[in-house]
Design a protein around this ligand. Sequence first.
Ligand code: 26V
Length: 831
Amino acid sequence: MATLEFDDRSSSVVPKDIVTAALPIDESAVLVLRNAILAKLTYAVGTTPAHAKDRDWFVATALAVRDRIVDRWASSHGADGQAGRKHVYYLSLEFLIGRLLSDTLHNLRLTEPVREALAGLGVDLDELRSIEPDAALGNGGLGRLAACFMESMASLEVPAYGYGIRYEHGLFRQIILDGRQYEQPEDWLCQGNPWEFERSDVIHPVGFGGTSEEVQAPDGSRAFVWIPAETVQAVAYDTPIVGWRGRHVNALRLWSARATECLLLDAFNMGDHVGALASRTRVEAISRVLYPGDTTDAGRELRLRQEFFFTSASLQDLLARHIRLHGDLATLPDYAALQLNDTHPAIAVAELMRLLIDEHRFHWEDAWAITTKTLNYTNHTLLPEALERWPVSLLERVLPRHLQIIYQINWLHLEPLTRGEIDVDLVKSLSVIDESGGRYVRMGHLAFIGANKVNGVSALHTQLMRQTVFRDLHAVYPTRIVNKTNGITFRRWLHQANPRLSALLVDELGEEVLDQPDALLGLEKLADDQAFQNLFRKQRAAAKADLAKVVAELLGETISPDALFDVQIKRIHEYKRQLLNILEAIALYSAIRAEPERHWVPRVKILAGKAAASYHQAKLIIKLANDVAKVINSDPLVAGRLKVVFLPNYNVSLAEAIVPAADLSEQISTAGMEASGTGNMKLALNGALTIGTLDGANVEIRECVGAENIFIFGLTAQEVEARRRSTAHQEPDAWSARLRGALELIRVGTFSPDEPHRFDPLLHALAVDDLFMVTADFDAYWAAQRQVDDLWQSPSAWWRASILNTARVAWFSSDRTIREYAEEIWRVPVQ
Ligand code: 26V
């Protein structure tokens, strides 16, 4: 029997009729599934139905489902010439996948058959779903985008690999104690991972440190070899990602670090039992944890080692595949398109050059042509503090040969631009090396120079890239920067996360809505239809009741599904301005207390999000949110009108519970600072109205849903910029009485009677320079919130706008985004 080489199973196409033949539920299919689950429970998990715990059932179910994916993976073996097609390689330090069971069942159209199969065994599918730990291999938007893209690439039958790191510990678990965030290690792999396949035969050596030695090549020319001081093994683990209707499967290949020698036996035998394992521990730290703290030198070095580790392993892997399939690396650009997700894998520019020149003996010019035709780079932020720069001294120590190559790239890049009259400032701005204080390698510049296309993630962000961070590079390479506005997978964020709304849409618009986001436009004509509005309201009410249960479980707080659910869910960051939202809550609280008899729209402010462990201001914002919540929620004067809840440990699964229940979506970043946002798209798709600034993709959301169906307020990016340039910072005496009142309540310790000065650092930042324009935008935000109240009081107008949001955001499907990447950047065909 021919053994299946993994590469040949990386993707597959199953004839559509085979997949759809499984529908609708037929009893024999259910029986087959039930037997498969029982067999896994018995022979893979090693228990019996009588003794099985929920976790055992989950594993048995996942394994039974995984078998069906493997069938689809394998079905491409030699069948459809996938191997001859161009592949996309998506390199990302983060993949924020969440749970896989629901996604996989949904895409295989097996949710109901598996539900029935399990019910016959006395097991509830929904209980099982909650057993699965989230794969939280990402921080936020960037990692979640990578996960949506993986799903869309599989659904559009684009042969693709995701490459990243198999972190043993994903994003920390957030515990809220007395209103403060504490971080606990996350341990998603502690009970094994039924989805992944360890490929102990797919291992690549990754070097670190050492020296770059000059040698003579066989033809007499000068050449360099890198002699690393240490070598780490990258071991592959593959997780299959199933596309819609199971037609295609791609692999997410994550690397785990392993020491070349598992034990220093001599040292061990000499009695040094701990020392004998020390170097192994150091090596394996590379894949231990997502985002090691970067406040120490050791943390920063580990981060660099992570970046190089996965980049090098991935490049070696894809080059080996290319050589196996096509023989010659000269044709690499014809068969491979690489996407660098932010600058984290930007060292790929130097590593691909090194591999081509040092290992495969290409001339520099040929290697450079291959590199710059193959690599592409996505920028996800313009915030200066988030732009990666590595100290030259660190690179010299960890990657000496790469530094040499980077210098050469930089010289060849600058040399033609500096012929004739030299503009020193221009050279400084174009150079990969930043010498404005210490010497650093700018990874964004390196990625830009080494890429075929460079893209931003929303129209505004791309425009700002051209005008700010990459202005001078853009002038030199005017066609390189393109826009690819982000998207989200509707299969997860509508059909799977919000099954009630999905069912309603299928009822009204037909099954087409599952395959074709544009079909949502059919809702437009129903926006004013009373009967449809009632159905639409009913599904929202049910989702809100579900969320209210979650809130009661997590916080012991009762919230009424009749209130307006006002939701802000995202990482906690000053530029995202959770503080603006909290200030509005305080001002509203004061206003209600001042006029308790007036009619107030009942509102529940729901916040969730994690702050970086070392980000003190953000952590203080979490404490403020919780302290404010405590005071407001226990004040009988505002009961039934205003509540504030901060839900702990925000992650993909919690988002799936919140998104269907949101009435109002807070997208209130300082204009010009949120590259795109993707939560904004998820919430609008599920019918929440957006209150937001003209920032990131909000601008395009407004274009799609219509200005009358979104609440836009505040300074524009241009106005923010103008204010930053002018020294005339808005002085506290220019603040409105309402704003002053809210800040005063904080200042006098209303929310922190035990420690009145607790929030001084937040107040101070607002009074000194208010970098994020919270005070400047406060009154406009307040006014926009009152417009929200007004609309809420005309239910049929509210629901019309809500329905129109769902109807008109089809463009934000990540299928559309991936199609654009495929056509303009990767040049691969899509389904
Ligand atoms: C990272 C850091 C780290 C250092 C401290 C400040 C800071 C600020 C921002 C970031 C963001 C890093 C990149 C990122 O996650 N960008 C997000 O990418 C999403 C997908 O394109 C996009 O929707 C978000 O707007 C963008 O913030």
